[in-house]
Design a protein around this ligand. Sequence first.
Ligand code: TYC
Length: 102
Amino acid sequence: MPEIVHKTDVEAEKPQLQRPPMYHVVMLNDDYTPMDFVIDVLVRFFHKSEETANKLMLQIHHQGSAMCGLFPRDVAETKIHQVETASRTSGHPLRCVMEREN
Ligand code: TYC
């Protein structure tokens, strides 16, 4: 039988100010992934416009990496898995990492 657990007054009245930690998905440059493939990934998995995706891809190409989105941890992990699965399936080494905000 499920047991009803009453919160103490202190727990019940504590304002819920904590937000879940958020994580940037950072896409990394490499020497082999085609530029058009990177643009397609940014459009498909990060919902960027073609124009924004093109600029982001060039930023990664020239600077080594760029932040592509900010998500709760499970969503960031899923994005990285989607990118890396699509990339390996197409024979490309494209990688992403996640960085905790703050
Ligand atoms: N540097 C790659 C090339 O010259 C293009 C590229 C851009 C690869 C961004 C990965 O995240 C990346 N074909």
